[in-house]
Ligand binder design. Structure first.
Ligand SMILES: Nc1ncnc2c1ncn2[C@@H]1O[C@H](COP(=O)(O)OP(=O)(O)OP(=O)(O)O)[C@@H](O)[C@H]1O
Length: 285
């Protein structure tokens, strides 16, 4: 086993192939993530983003089967030697579709369900439930039926249910795919707050790169199972190769890079406004 440093999650030359497929879905991934990271994963469809998330929460290989080489370490321990229950104590998962993840009829049951399965004492459950709901700003929804919640509220509930298990890391697979722009922003604001106020480690796959640009500290780009770029959102979106990697850039970045390829492109709307002002001044002057 490779010696682990102080990484919370470490992938060493990790390759994985689903059963009955011809190619590896992940190819020699080397990635080291420290506690307190907020990392976004992007890349074209089929790049391996979901598979990478599933390799961290143990679905790969525990439930999917298949073959792998290399290793995924959680706190220095090889994930394939841990039970899924053990992995679940460290890694909380939120899926793209809250409808599929929420299984109980009311908010309280939804939060209690996971804790009961892990044998959390009832008095502690109540405390954890209140804290988890407050953390994502939906304490007022206790007592509501899950069917009556909006998409954004359901996704916050899914996050709260994961938080009630006191995970060290939260992995989210396209958590805004069912949400409109306001709901998407709401989810990322909650994540940023968890990250800043509780030091939660957050790993998220997301197609909306403007959200990744604004909220993540680190961005990893995958293509055809390989990790092709990694850095701050600015380093990644300003990288000369980014256009060739099939990643949808934030709109402001895309426009600036196309029309002013020599200039340092903006990566957020605010920077885009300033960029336009500078362009107008240059041409006006
Ligand atoms: N359960 C599975 N069985 C077989 N092959 C799979 C399975 N799940 C994914 N794959 C294949 O593994 C590769 C990586 O898929 P993955 O879902 O990880 O990509 P992704 O980047 O998340 O794509 P998307 O953005 O479309 O969700 C693809 O070629 C896909 O067809």
């Amino acid at each position: 086993m490779t010696t682990s440093n102080n990484s919370l999650i470490q992938l060493n030359n990790f390759s994985y192939q689903y059963p009955h497929t011809a190619n590896n879905a992940l190819k020699s991934i080397n990635l080291s993530l420290k506690k307190g990271s907020f990392v976004g994963f992007a890349g074209p469809t089929g790049a391996g983003k979901t598979t990478l998330i599933k390799s961290i929460n143990g679905i790969v290989p525990h439930f999917e089967g298949g073959t792998f080489s290399g290793e995924v370490l959680l706190n220095g321990k090889a994930a394939d030697t841990m039970s899924t229950a053990e992995i679940g104590r460290s890694v909380g998962t939120v899926l793209d579709d809250p409808e599929a993840q929420i299984i109980c009829l009311d908010v309280e049951q939804e939060l209690v369900f996971g804790m009961e399965n892990y044998g959390v004492p009832p008095a502690e459950m109540e405390q954890r439930m209140q804290k988890a709901l407050a953390s994502v700003g939906i304490a007022h929804l206790l007592g509501r039926s899950t069917a009556s919640l909006s998409g954004g509220q359901k996704q916050r509930l899914a996050i709260a249910a994961a938080l009630a298990m006191l995970p060290e890391v939260l992995v989210l697979d396209e958590p805004t795919s069912e949400l409109d722009p306001l709901g998407s922003e709401e989810v990322f604001r909650v994540l940023k707050q968890l990250h800043q106020e509780q030091g939660m480690t957050i790993l998220v796959t997301e197609q909306k790169t403007d959200l990744l640009a604004r909220y993540c500290d680190q961005l990893v780009i995958l293509r055809e199972g390989e990790m092709v770029l990694s850095g701050t959102p600015r380093e990644v979106f300003q990288h000369p190769d980014i256009f060739e990697l099939g990643v949808a850039l934030p709109e402001v970045t895309e426009l600036a890079r196309r029309y002013y390829p020599q200039a340092e492109p903006p990566i957020t709307l605010d920077e885009g406004v300033q960029f336009c002002r500078n362009v107008i001044q240059t041409f006006g002057g």
